[in-house]
Design a binder for this molecule. Structure first.
Ligand SMILES: [Mg+2]
Length: 234
């Protein structure tokens, strides 16, 4: 019997690929429009520095806000800005980045679906490696717990964020909590290995062979039907 649901966010509640493409380009252009640095430091350089920082600090590899912030600050310092000015433009650019980051189109079925789960008494947690803040998106009221796993330095597939969610929700056995997410590596495999049933939202149509307990869905809107079917058959 499923008593709780844990949810991934990006590419589960909205299509994140288009969002991130826009974020990446636009916040960098926004900064360039203000200080004209991009001729010396094109977007690729910013991306290279972020990748290098993530390699240098493996524990922080999932803390994308920190990685962006540190890379921007170092780059703006190298561009010749004073430390005060580099800090100012880093903060302003990050604010713009996070504004764009939250311009997501939540799948229309999601709010009502979460309300219904809540009414049925299901406990719910969000576990994300990304920096989308569901408080900013008006979805937080549905959740007992929000785990920004990257900022906690234990990004999925690390088992600790799943275990923390189960403990906080008071779930005694992993089989009583279903994880819902799109990533085979970061969502499906770790939750499955812990013994949680998994609803895999296969948005990229990867079509892996699902072991017992992993259910492939094409869209999160199919989740209520899956839970109904499991209640009758499992
Ligand atoms: Mg995802």
């Amino acid at each position: 019997m499923i008593e709780a649901l844990t949810f991934d966010l990006d590419d589960t509640f909205w299509d994140n690929r288009t969002v991130m493409a826009r974020v990446e380009q636009n916040h960098y252009e926004w900064l360039d429009a203000h200080i004209g640095h991009a001729e010396c430091f094109p977007l690729e350089e910013y991306q290279r520095r972020r990748a290098e920082l993530a390699r240098r600090y493996p524990l922080r590899r999932g803390d994308f806000t920190w990685i962006r912030r540190e890379s921007l600050y170092a780059m703006l310092s190298d561009f010749g800005l004073s430390s005060e000015s580099a800090r100012y433009w880093t903060d302003a650019t990050m604010e713009e980045m996070l504004r764009l980051r939250h311009e997501v189109d939540i799948h229309v079925e999601v709010p009502d679906m979460l309300t219904e789960f809540r009414q049925r008494g299901l406990k719910m947690a969000a576990i994300t490696n990304g920096n989308a803040d569901i408080r900013r998106l008006g979805l937080a009221e549905h959740f007992d717990l929000i785990i920004p796993a990257g900022e906690w330095l234990a990004p999925k597939p690390d088992a600790r964020c799943f275990l923390a969610a189960l403990a906080h929700l008071g779930i005694g056995a992993p089989r009583q909590a279903m994880h819902v997410g799109d990533s085979w590596r970061d969502d499906v495999l770790p939750a499955h290995h812990l013994g949680m049933p998994v609803a895999w939202i296969d948005v990229k149509n990867e079509g892996h062979d699902c072991p017992a307990g992993v259910y492939r869905l094409a869209h999160v809107r199919e989740l209520p039907a899956l839970l109904g079917w499991l209640a009758e058959h499992a």
